[in-house]
Design a protein around this ligand. Structure first.
Ligand code: PGA
Length: 263
């Protein structure tokens, strides 16, 4: 039986002080809610403040990205070891925004290459997280152009296979996969629940090929404009174990409603 999971990705929002205040109101909003794991992913600089405020609560702390080397001359990077020491137990990897693919292409092409994470770097990040005992939240998903070209399944399965290539199945027991269609992120356009279910089931069968015997235990989330109003229908689907939530996780009441639906 897979336990539902809701992850709040705060992206480049909220200082430590603002984050602590949001967590306090969020904890009031989910008072007595049980049967669901909840993770919040603040910016790296807010992790320390948030760790102090979540450590005696049911909430877990996640990071939004990681660098795969353990230490050394890597200016601006943060290692999995540093994240573990900061109290992080989950970490997002391969988000479409770190892959340089945005729902709204509102940055110049020249800027996109700055973000462009590849399946190879995602693979390295997963290995370093697993080594530190941090659960990777691997994001996969197609752009609108790829969907319209009928390439959704090929793109999603390709990202999955690339990210997990050569990794011992036993090491990815705590992996979480999030299906995040790029065109649904931050756009207000949610993927139809039946289609999200179809792709999440496809991911699960893909997982079973890469990590035989584990596909049924790994949690698969849906992400992309999840809100209180649409989460019930999404989370009712048999292969959707919860959500990866961006914008709505910045509002305690809305995020609370999503968590209640997952529970
Ligand atoms: P959104 O973002 O909920 O704002 O669409 C989801 C995500 O990027 O993980």
């Amino acid at each position: 039986m897979r336990r539902p999971l809701v992850v709040g990705n705060w992206k480049m929002n909220l200082s430590g002080v603002e984050g602590v205040a949001l967590v306090e109101s969020f904890l009031r909003a989910i008072y007595l809610v049980d049967g669901v794991d909840v993770v919040i992913c603040p910016s790296h600089v807010a992790l320390q403040s948030l760790w102090i405020s979540v450590r005696d609560t049911p909430l877990a702390l996640g990071a939004q990205d990681v660098f795969w080397e353990h230490h050394g001359a890597f200016t601006g990077k943060v290692s999995a070891c540093m994240l573990r020491q900061a109290g992080v137990t989950y970490c997002i990897v391969g988000h479409s925004e770190t892959r340089g693919r945005f729902g709204k292409l509102d940055v110049p092409e020249s800027t996109l290459s700055t973000f462009a994470e590849s399946d190879e770097t995602v693979n390295l990040k997963i290995r370093s997280l697993v080594y530190q005992g941090i659960a990777p939240i691997l994001c996969v998903g197609e752009t609108l152009a790829e969907r319209e070209a009928g390439r959704t399944d090929e793109v999603v399965l390709g990202q999955l296979a690339g990210a997990l290539h050569g990794i011992d199945p036993d090491e990815i027991r705590h992996l979480v996969v999030a299906y995040e269609p790029v065109w649904a992120i931050g756009t207000g356009k949610t993927c139809d629940a039946a289609e999200a279910q179809r792709v999440c089931a496809l991911i699960r069968s893909g997982l079973d090929k890469v990590a035989p015997g584990f596909g049924n235990d790994i949690r698969v989330l849906y992400g992309g404009s999840v809100k209180g109003a649409n989460s019930k229908e999404l989370f009712r689907q048999p292969d959707i174990d919860g959500g990866l939530v961006g914008g709505a996780s910045l509002n305690a009441k809305e995020f609370g409603e999503i968590v209640r639906c997952a529970a």
